[in-house]
Design a protein around this ligand. Structure first.
Ligand SMILES: [Zn+2]
Ligand SMILES: [Zn+2]
Length: 400
């Protein structure tokens, strides 16, 4: 089937897709808790006709994988959707707003599930035209950071036999219906850190009898800035942010400890090592300067998202056929992160963006904001993009 045929089929799914997306939006489940979401997806896949659906990841009943075999044997192309929500409370008056306090689909993953399920339905209906297989990966816990769903699923073999993988993210910063793509580096790596400066508590009137960890912490925050400004090549990129600083409770007590957490992001593995080393050196050095000790915890989280050039080109060509040349643009590099990068460390992959921001429909709030929502009218475009890309990638891999 050509792209026009696929677009027509996807367009006919518009109403059902919007309805499904809103159903899921109202029932968000945070990372590693996507039990009902998984059940829902499994039941929809069974309705379509899928058999041998593999449910679960890391010993939990969340996440699932299903294969669609074409008429003839050939390569396997994987399409991935992340399915988790965020642990925040939605602020909206939408009729389909989250039913649960402390959980919200504030990143668009409800849309990702919907589009991939409909792409599965669409491709299932034309499976006799396919040479090879399409693997549908519904991945839990993209947002978890220190316990990535992608990482766990890969460990359990989700990429076995896969020749290429694609992921799509709805993007509220980009106007509805526009597609953004990029070859090479797209999103940054991310690491998390925690530092405790330990001093000696005392009376606020007698600093000479105490060791003040807050002063160490204050100097640490300032000194930290010199890693990016003085240690990293100005032509490279990196960012260090402090996410939290806690120290003391009352006006006349010098506290025992000051604790901070934050993150480090970059694209280049050498810079990543350099930033970590600088971070540790400055924490220890500042602690020594101010007679404190430093307890440092550094956690490597996600690698950078780096798109395979050939797949990125193929995605662009496919997108041009689906949405037209004027609606396809190059994405800037972003300092945000995505655990799709774990797949790309194993097989060639492409992560791209589908704009879902529309002022009139109030869908331009930033991702992870309590007012986040997506424009349901872009769902058929996403369905057509994923389906067309799977067909194009199968053709390409077959001819290799
Ligand atoms: Zn997110
Ligand atoms: Zn997301």
């Amino acid at each position: 089937m050509d792209v026009t045929g696929i677009k027509d089929m996807a367009q006919k799914m518009a109403e059902g897709a919007a309805e499904m997306r809103r159903f899921l939006h109202a029932r968000p489940e945070a990372s590693w808790q996507e039990v009902e979401t998984t059940r829902f997806i499994a039941s929809k896949l069974e309705e379509i006709g899928f058999k041998d659906i593999k449910i679960g990841a890391d010993g939990k009943p969340v996440g699932l994988v299903a294969d669609l075999k074409g008429k003839k044997d050939g390569p396997t192309v994987a399409l991935r959707a992340d399915i988790d929500a965020l642990g925040l409370t939605e602020e909206s008056d939408l009729p389909y707003k989250s039913l649960f306090a402390g959980a919200a689909h504030a990143c668009g993953h409800d849309g990702h599930i919907t589009m991939l399920l409909h792409a599965a339905k669409l491709l299932y209906s034309i499976k006799d035209e396919l040479t090879g297989s399409v693997r549908f990966i519904f991945q839990p816990a993209e947002e978890k950071g220190d316990h990535s769903g992608a990482h766990e699923m890969i460990r359990e073999g989700v990429l076995d036999g896969v020749g290429a993988i694609a992921g799509m993210h709805l993007w509220s910063h980009v106007p509805s219906g526009k597609v953004q793509w990029r070859a090479g580096p797209v999103m940054a790596s991310v690491d998390g850190w925690n530092v405790k400066f330990l001093g000696q508590g005392g009376h606020g009137a007698m600093p000479q009898n105490a060791i003040d960890p807050t002063v160490a912490a204050a100097n640490f925050i300032l000194a930290l800035q010199t890693i990016v400004s003085r240690e990293v090549n100005p032509l490279e990129t990196g960012v260090i942010s402090v996410g939290k600083l806690v120290s003391g409770d009352v006006i006349n007590i010098i506290p025992e400890r000051a604790e901070m957490i934050g993150n480090i992001r970059t694209f280049n593995p050498d810079i990543r090592d350099k930033m970590e080393a600088g971070f540790r050196r400055i924490a220890d050095g500042i602690a020594a300067t101010y007679r404190c000790s430093a307890e440092i915890k550094y956690t490597t989280l996600y690698p950078p998202v780096i798109n395979d050039s050939a797949l990125a080109e193929l995605l662009r060509d496919t997108a041009v056929k689906v949405v037209g040349e004027n609606n396809v643009e190059e994405s800037p590099m972003l300092m945000t992160s995505e655990d799709f990068s774990f797949y790309q460390k194993k097989v060639p992959g492409v992560l791209f963006f589908l704009g879902s921001g529309d002022e009139a429909k109030k869908t331009t709030a930033p991702h992870h904001s309590p007012r986040f929502n997506i424009d349901d009218d872009v769902l058929p475009t996403g369905i057509a993009l994923m389906s067309s890309f799977a067909c194009a990638a199968l053709e390409k891999l077959k001819n290799r």
